[in-house]
Design a protein around this ligand. Sequence first.
Ligand SMILES: [Ca+2]
Length: 232
Amino acid sequence: MKFKIQKNLSNIVTSRGLALLIIGISALTAAANSNLILNGSFEAGSFSQNSIYPGRMQLGDGSTVISSWVVGAPAGNFWWMNSPNNAADGVRSANLDSNGQTPTYIEQSFATTAGMQYLITASFSSEGNGGPASTGVSINGSLLGTTTVGAGIGEAGDFWSDLAWTTQSFYFTADSAFSTLRFQDATPFGQFYNPLVDNVSVVQSAPEQTSTLALAGISMIGLLSFHRRSAK
Ligand SMILES: [Ca+2]
């Protein structure tokens, strides 16, 4: 009987120890997970007001005016949006305006470690709160997913200053020393709603996440073992 109690106490200590270890690893993970994307909010660069359309600047195919990003607009338009259009973060965002032609995009390359998992997070909106407006998110040309925003009813009030933003996340596992993240207009042909992107981040999410989950699993086994023994 005495031996049994000691074993149960041992299980409690082990579970608490693992729980503390998990908390510690989570804290380390948060500290290590800095944003790998530069100028993820599209705030930096030399903005010049368009003479016809207020609060936006048109950038051509291959433009690097937005710091750290490359624009692809082989046929349609790319608009760098500024106040009074409201951004998800800061005052500027990216507007992919393909005009039903070759899809407009914006992309950035960054260093990755093969085999590591990364979490992409970005905010999306639809021009004038119209829609649905779709954005394809890809890494090295492989589509990770497509996000669609906008209710299709258009703007009820002020056309630009209250854009609705939705935050979405995507995971990928790197297979090379550099990865290129691309946001590309994926709105079906025949629909002309422009998707907007802002507040982009990429953080490494593994192996810390895997370790934490594994330890949580071990901890759960410990707790189950304790409860099983207590029930006897
Ligand atoms: Ca921004």
